[in-house]
Ligand binder design. Structure first.
Ligand code: ATP
Ligand code: MG
Length: 299
């Protein structure tokens, strides 16, 4: 039975965002029973229901108020937003947070042998894409006239198949483009996964759950971005050591038993410690340098 006090979150059922989305909720301490492949999974320890759908459906489910929250790529979100604006459909939502996964870019790519000087080289090209609105918005802003060829999948084979002169598709490493004899010439849109919320009335009980979830998500992402650093350093080189640790805040300094010339330093750093920095620390006389992952964090 549909319970109005349970927060409904839409996320991708299978695909590039699904395991990271589930992992995020799991790291937030939410126990979800995903054993049966159903449309809706229920959290056991929080009033949260997870709706597992295709990513393209997520922005619409939030904008139509069918679910309270959604985890979706900004590329899909912006494309749906532009579509809904063009059709005068309901299109309001709130972005609660950009997430730390699903990082990719929507780029224009052309066959390696096609000459390219700048964006005007694409004038009058036929461009295959699954993102016609984002592509049009970008090329209109550059005053480039083009023809769009809408494809829902296998966009990268369109030039070889003679369907298009160029493509506009998602890229992360560029390996797929290279394998298809294409080269990336222009980034159209940079994307992350994000957490979005419906607008309008949300009852108090649900708001409390959403606020609790947001605090936990913030803590999980902060912890994932941070490292705990421990090292021993000579007292007379403390300032130089601290100046090498850019992302670190207010280190804790502890005495070492039986050694007046060295201290132990503990700190949380928002940046990982690269080998080069560790080597510089070592040359300043630091030793026992440990870089540890942080599991949870609350400020
Ligand atoms: P669905 O069946 O749910 O419609 P899909 O095939 O449309 O899935 P996926 O390929 O699973 O979508 O990608 C989902 C989202 O993941 C993309 O819209 C984008 O935001 C993000 N994404 C795409 N490529 C990458 C990548 N290489 N690395 C990380 N994230 C990516
Ligand atoms: Mg999709």
């Amino acid at each position: 039975m549909f319970n109005t006090n349970r927060v409904r979150i839409a996320m991708q059922k299978t695909g590039r965002l699904s395991s990271e989305s589930i992992k995020l909720l799991t790291c937030c301490g939410i126990k979800i029973n995903l054993k049966q492949q159903k449309l809706i999974a229920f959290a056991e320890n929080m009033p949260i229901d997870v709706m597992l759908v295709r990513d393209d459906d997520i922005p619409g489910l939030v904008m139509d108020g069918v679910v309270d929250l959604g985890i979706v790529g900004e590329n899909v979100l912006q494309e749906e937003l532009l579509h809904r604006i063009s059709q005068n459909l309901e299109n309001s939502y709130i972005t609660l947070r950009r997430l730390d996964f699903g990082i990719c870019r929507l780029s224009l790519a052309i066959p390696i042998n096609t000459p390219y000087v700048d964006i005007t080289s694409l004038k009058n090209f036929r461009i295959a894409t699954s993102y016609p609105h984002l592509l049009k918005k970008y090329l209109d802003s550059k005053n480039i006239v083009f023809k769009s060829c809408m494809l829902n999948g296998s966009v990268e084979v369109a030039p070889r198949a003679g369907l298009a002169d160029a493509i506009c598709d998602l890229v992360s490493t560029g390996a797929t483009l290279e394998a298809n004899g294409l080269r990336e010439v222009q980034v159209v849109f940079r994307s992350h996964a994000c957490l979005i919320c419906k607008t309008g009335n949300i009852n108090f009980a649900k708001k409390e759950v959403i606020n609790k979830l947001m605090t936990r998500i913030k803590g999980v992402i902060k912890a994932r971005e941070s490292k705990y650093i421990m090292l021993h350093a000579p007292v007379n080189k403390l300032e130089e050591v601290i100046s090498l640790l850019h992302g670190a805040e207010k280190p804790t300094i502890l005495k070492l038993a039986g050694d007046d010339h060295r201290v132990a330093m503990h700190m949380v750093s928002s940046e990982t410690l690269f080998w080069e920095t560790m080597e510089k620390l070592k040359s300043l006389g630091a030793s026992s340098i440990l870089v540890l992952p942080i599991e949870k964090m609350m400020e």
